[in-house]
Design a protein around this ligand. Sequence first.
Ligand code: ZN
Length: 510
Amino acid sequence: MEAALPAERQVDEIESLCMNCHEDGVTRLLLTRIPFFREIIIMSFECPECHFKNSEIQSAGEIQQRGIRYKFKVDSNEDLQRQVVKSDTCVFRIEDIDLEIPAGRGQLTNLEGLLSMVQQDLEAKQEERRQVDETLATQVQGVIDALGAMLDGNKFPFTITINDPAGNSTVEPSPSDRAGKYVRAEFPRTAEQNAALGLGDVPAEDTSTGAPETNIRPEYHSANLFPAEANGKHSRDMPLNVTDDDDIIENEVYAFPASCPGCTAPCTTNMKMVRIPHFSEVVLMSTVCEHCGYRSNEVKSGGEVPEKGRRITLQVNSALDLSRDILKAESCALQCPELSLSVEPGTLGGRFTTVEGLLTQVRDDLKSSIFDADDDYSGVGSGDSMQTAQRSKWNEFFEGLDVAIAGERKFTIILEDPLAGSYVQSFTAPEPDAQITIEDYERTEEEEEELGLRDIKTEGYENGHGESKNETRDRKELEEGTTEKEEIDAEEIAREIKARLGGLDLGDDA
Ligand code: ZN
């Protein structure tokens, strides 16, 4: 499939100067709907004199509430035909050759088009380079040749990434993408990224407008999990992971002022600590922005990096199993082979909910990310036959997921967490649950690399860590400074909260 442009609607036509021959050309503004994405505006220039063509895109929408990242493994010629929307704030990278297309011109093309463009750009100045700096020219030639090999299909697989703080870029997904191939992750913007996008200058202190009260979702109340064990009666083997001075009380909601990562308006972040029986304690954080509608529900679990990864397999046999609690750490991948569902680490962030809640969220996130909200995925595809085929595949996929969420079919959930920080509620704890299989596994080098653990491991061995995993898990004596990993641990959060709460009246929340 060419990067076939779907139905376009012309909105304007402007006579403008051709940058190539300096005669008069025409710029047309077209409103275009990108399949599985959203509407964008294409500014398309064409010169009738020299036939020079050029097109740029602008997002028809505004800046999204979250930034977006994609990682896509290209391993066939078909993959080169995937459509790409690169907004003017997007950084595109070919990781294998460390090549980066910086933010700049917005483009609608496919991977092949993008790679060819870079190749041609580099080639155009090669002669000049060779005159000035032979060594540089040779290096650049290496890149040009590598791009050529990629385009010719002689360098599969290679990995591209897309990073757009404005959330307006995409690479076309396919329902047949399997584990490790296509990763899409939204992320909250930092203050710097908001500033770079020209978003708001609202001081975070300005809470005089009364930031909205937010609620931690009801399924986050651990008291509902094991009614008999509510409120820490089972505290014997699990002390709260905070010191006496910084006592964050379990199940108590703490609120602190924050600024919305979506629009920078002042809002409130609620936080509470929950202990999961027979597992560990986690910190739940919830933010809702009244101004732009940004929402986040995140779970942060702390602790030392265990020696091995852990794979938990849950056999879902009935609707009852859908009510099991599940803690999916951010590092955890999720798969349901029977449903052709595969969720990469980082896609969802950390979640503490039920099996049903998790699957529902995966479904809703996927739907909203590949179809516009008002798009009926069961409807007839409007584009070419390829698109219709894609649609019917998606359709089938979502129907399967719906049946599973309704508790009308058996399936398996596999949680694979290289940091062993995920959890599925057992119905028979502390005795083994016949429907749950737990395996510890050696992390692959790739996983360690990705988690930034390569250095830590050495340190861990020097200090004699990792010998008694269970002990370190249960006790969770966090030794600060032994890991460089950006994991938020409970103590850190306690301190953070404490610092933020300084001088704040807690009366309402406590
Ligand atoms: Zn907001």
